[in-house]
Design a protein around this ligand. Sequence first.
Ligand code: SF4
Length: 192
Amino acid sequence: MTGEVNMFKLPILPFLQRYSRSEPSRPQAQALSRRSAEKSSRLRGATVTNGLCPYCAVGCSQLLYTKDGQLIDIEGDPRSPINEGTLCPKGSNALLLALNPHRVKNVLYRASYSADWETKSLDWALDRIARRVKEARDADFTARDEQGRTLNSVRNMGTLGGATLNIEDNYLIKKLFCGGLGVVSVENQART
Ligand code: SF4
């Protein structure tokens, strides 16, 4: 005897009788255990915040669900004309960008002429970048050209944005570096 199922011996008659009745079938009351009845979506009661997928220039809208200040889920926003509630596999996994225990929260710094990397905090890195930007600007700021025309320009540094920057990020970068500091070279790869 083999393990194959003989299709001709399956009891299909009750199935046909049930679905060939002329009268519409009435909804039946479902028997639920208390445990089943008490179950609900984990999103029920969560606070919903609008978000934007940080990964690429498509800019899919997301809904961020939090409970007690903790992020518990990220879903596509059905109101978005861009993604209409969908997210690609990468965007669907955005929750783990925030909650992944392997997420790097420090920077590695190697001082000039040193052979060793040092682990530094993000605050340290931001202070260091701000100081270096100030030093570079002070060294190159040009108020006027040779003919006395106003320039207020800085040409010894620039910024290059990536696809993970949304339009608000790019607006602030343009405002700070161009209008605020006088940096001429402000570019973004993704054109968001
Ligand atoms: S969900 Fe996918 S397609 Fe949409 S922005 Fe994120 S990475 Fe891009």
